[in-house]
Design a protein around this ligand. Structure first.
Ligand code: CA
Length: 244
């Protein structure tokens, strides 16, 4: 079946190394591509850099708990859709409910059989294929943003973006040629976070341009004096959503 022809990238977040390695070994044997993270911070870095098709997330972690991480991921645009299977030593029904409320797709109590975990991963991924995300691939002047894979490329070359820069770019690519003020961008990109100032927008615009500069396309993001920012493709290329 289609979902299995390309190797599924599974992020395994677990601080206990033997458990993590056991899981990764089982996933590799099942034809998946596991990536390891020993704590929440490491997991977030990996997700910001390359995304994942699914996350196996332990509840007890040394920094942010698995539950808190799951909640944070569900609030952010690029990670919102990634399925999560939570691992836990807690067997209380109430904890299970909390995990599922935090947006986890499935739940397994330790100790568990790696084979069962693999079976559950397959089941969750199959459900995903049956209900694909509605989001379209966006293209503009050689740039391609795939919201499902959480991947940005320019002429096939990957563009490295932080999570906020990704959201900014996605917003601009969804609304090309329109000028947005700092306040409009704050509302659209940061929304829930009340602690950011106008200057924050400039900082992230600068980072976004820097990332695009590596590909020679930083001119796409333009400053409109006294008004704000916009993404404007060169006249020859046609912006908008492709039908992929
Ligand atoms: Ca643990």
């Amino acid at each position: 079946m289609d979902a299995m022809t390309e190797k599924n990238m599974v992020l395994v977040v677990e601080d206990e190394r033997p458990v993590r390695q056991m899981i990764c070994y089982a996933l590799s044997r099942a034809g998946m591509a596991p990536i390891q993270a020993g704590c929440s911070a490491e997991a977030q870095d990996i997700l910001a850099e390359r995304g994942a098709d699914l996350i196996v997330l332990d509840w007890m972690l040394p920094d942010l708990s698995g539950l808190e991480l799951a909640r944070a991921l569900r609030r952010q645009e690029p990670t919102k859709e990634i399925p999560i299977i939570m691992l836990t030593a807690k067997t209380d029904e109430e904890d299970t409910i909390r995990g599922l409320n935090a947006g986890c797709d499935d739940y397994m109590s330790k100790p568990f059989s790696p084979r069962e975990l693999v079976a559950r991963i397959h089941a969750v991924l199959r459900r995903r294929v049956a209900h694909p995300a509605r989001e379209q691939v966006l293209t503009c002047a050689g740039l391609r943003l795939d919201p499902v894979a959480y991947r940005v490329t320019h002429e096939e070359q990957p563009v490295a973006l932080g999570p906020t820069e990704y959201r900014l770019l996605k917003f601009f690519m969804s609304n090309p040629d329109r000028v947005y003020s700092r306040n409009q961008l704050l509302d659209s990109i940061w929304g829930y976070d009340v602690y950011v100032e106008d200057r924050t927008v400039d900082v992230h615009i600068r980072r976004l341009r820097k990332a695009l500069e590596q590909h020679g396309i930083d001119h796409l993001i333009q400053t409109v004096r006294g008004a704000g920012y916009r993404l404007s493709p060169p006249p020859s290329s046609s912006p908008g959503a492709s039908s992929e």
